[in-house]
Write a protein that binds this ligand. Structure first.
Ligand SMILES: O=C(O)CCC(=O)C(=O)O
Length: 278
């Protein structure tokens, strides 16, 4: 599946990605059963870990089913699902909790602001290029994002893509923003939308220009239900538009963990609600 040909152009916010080997590559999968020290080493080296088959496929498909049956029968609205016990249980399931406990060597803390996204085929907007610490500056940077596709997500459905080797770049950018932001009042300094940031906190929505500017490649993947990617808060990522011929909805969740005894960005200690400005 990894090196299969790409049949359709990949488009992100209206820009068609260049399909040349120095602008586009493949995300490297990792076996989740490797020893934990090896997983840490790969994560440090790449800024991400694509853990193939981390979950039982059935656990993911059950949650997908719960989401769609609940919403289509109007039992709960989208944001009621975001706040539901079922979703909380999914995000704290032993498979995840025990993994993070071992990986971080400490008691895990799950940020309460947990995000579910669904992207319909044909939508013209998708996630722009960014790194997560832009939105979480008031806490530790020993932070891990889990991006979990809730169903098979082949490339044409617009899964997450990563700018190769961009952890170092994100660190450099954040150091520059810290300098620029140093004189701002605290609340503005930690805000992703302050006067020194681009609108929406994106580095850019033009991924073609970004790949040129940073002389890098976007790494793409065919995700299966059961996979999980974890990425560092400095790793630059984005998405492509859902262009699925089978008309499937791209459903995913992104949730963030850290050690409970590291500084917690309290702005994220509340459920995600519309217009929370984070
Ligand atoms: O799923 C997406 O489109 C964006 C997810 C994201 O930005 C993240 O996982 O940090």
């Amino acid at each position: 599946m990894r090196d299969c040909p790409i049949e359709k152009p990949l488009v992100s916010n209206g820009y068609t990605l260049e399909m040349t080997p120095n602008r586009l590559g493949w995300l490297q999968p990792t076996n989740p059963n490797l020893p934990i020290e090896q997983l840490r080493a790969i994560y440090r080296q790449h800024g991400y870990l694509w853990l193939k088959g981390f979950f039982e496929r059935e656990d993911i498909m059950n949650f997908r089913h719960f989401f769609f049956t609940t919403i289509s029968s109007a039992k709960k609205s989208f944001f009621e699902i975001v706040q539901s016990q079922e979703y909380e249980d999914f995000c704290t399931m032993p498979r995840l909790w025990n993994f993070y406990q071992a990986f971080m060597q400490g008691q895990p803390y799950l940020h309460k602001r947990k995000i579910i996204r669904f992207n319909l085929p044909g939508e013209s907007h998708c996630t722009g290029g960014h790194y997560d610490l832009i939105y979480l500056r008031a806490g530790t940077d020993q932070l891990y994002t889990s991006w979990i596709p809730l169903g098979d997500t082949p490339i044409e459905m617009g899964g997450l893509i990563y700018l190769e080797n961009s952890d170092a770049l994100g660190r450099k950018m954040e150091a520059e923003f810290s300098l620029k932001n140093a004189d701002l009042p605290l609340e503005e300094r930690i805000n992703a939308y302050n006067r020194n940031m681009r609108d929406g906190g994106w580095i850019s929505t033009n991924l073609v220009e970004m790949a040129h500017r940073f002389q890098s490649r976007w790494l793409i993947a065919n995700y299966d239900a059961g996979d999980m990617v974890i990425h560092s808060p400095y790793m630059i990522h984005a998405a492509t538009q859902n262009n699925d011929d089978l008309n499937r909805i791209r459903l995913s969740t992104d949730i963030r963990y850290q050690r409970v005894d590291d500084t917690i960005d309290q702005r994220w200690a509340k459920n995600w609600v519309p217009d929370d400005n984070l």
